[in-house]
Structure formats: C-alpha cells, structure tokens
Design a protein around this ligand. Sequence first.
Ligand code: CA
Length: 226
Amino acid sequence: MSQGRILLIEDETKIRRFIQLELEHEGYTVEEEQDGRSGLDKALSKNFDLIILDVMLPSLNGMEVLRRLRQNSQTPVIMLTARDEITDKVMGLDIGADDYMTKPFAIEELLARIRAALKHRRVDAPSLTAIQIGSLKLNRNRHQVTYGDEELELTKREFDLLEYLILNKGIVLTRDAILEKVWGYDFMGDTNIVDVYIRYLRGKIDDKYQVKLIHTVRGVGYQLKL
Ligand code: CA
C-alpha cells in the first residue's frame, strides 16, 4: 500500500529524478511536473497528500503556485528554496507553505519533514477543500458546487452524497456503504432512500449535460466516473 500520494513540482531534472526515486523507495506514490502552471493544474485536479514545490520554476513560480493553490486547497506543501532565498522562505510560510527545505539538503531531512507533514495532516480533517470530477467541482468550505461556470443548488443531503461520491470516484459503492457514510449508522430507513437521492442528484448534475457522471452498477450500487 502507498504511504501517500505526493506531487513533486521541480524543473531541475537531476533533483527531480533523485527525489522521486527516494520517495518511491520509501513507498510513496509520486507524480511529477516540471513547471509551475502544469504543477498547479495537477495539484488542483487530483488528490494528493502532500506537494513538494520548488520556488524557482518556469511559467509560474512556486510562490504564485502556492498562492493560487491555497485559494482552493489545504494540501500540505513543502517548498524547496535556494540557499539565499531567505525572503522567499518567509513569504512561503506567510502564504501557506507548511515547511521549507533549503537546497542542497540531505534526503533524510526531506523524508523526515514529509513524515511530519503527513502525520500532522492525518490528525486534521481531510485537507482538500475543493474536489472535482471533470467540470464538476465541489468546494467543501464554501458548500458550493459548480459545473463549469454554473453554480448548482444542492440540498445539504445532496451535497453530502455528492461529496462522498467524488471522494470515492472510480470506486463502485454499495447502497449500504452510501447509506452508512451519508446518512449515518443509526439511520432507520431502508436503502431506497439512496436511489431516491441519486435520482435527485442526477437531475442536477447529469440530466442537463452530455457527460454522465453517475453510473448504476446493477445489483451493487453506484459509481461516479467520467
Ligand atoms: Ca528550480
């Protein structure tokens, strides 16, 4: 099992390769990007447990990536800075970096910081405030759901159901599992309520659009996928 999903945004190939190999050796799943813009896109479109972000990057520097990331996501970020970028360190922590490493650094030190950041995260609530599938985006802090530019009106229960589906996108979920997670253990009704709410949700996120996200898995339950 993966120790965690890490996004590594670093333009220097040698450093990137080195860090990636070390992290994979430690059991982490690593995805990499070489410039700020594609790094930010990836950070916002997928769930990561941690992001390692270099400051000096092409297309969008690390500070700007972090600033934009923090508008939507609280995923822990460890920044990599050059030795003389002291002000960058301060700025990085100021706009929401969780930690920083000064290059060159010992890999053991980075691994220790990663463990600390991940441990800290597990105590907190899930840290990603914005989650999405395709054009459908759910902001957990603002309780807001948008499809492209359009804002959708969802009831509290529909919101909770959609949140659970997005967090488990690609996975087939049984009615019982949905009932337990969205309605709670002590819910007295039967699983038909799940079908009813799936129908409500389809009316809002699937019926009007070409792409259908909610799929019925006959005899089992439901799956959210593109
Ligand atoms: Ca760099």
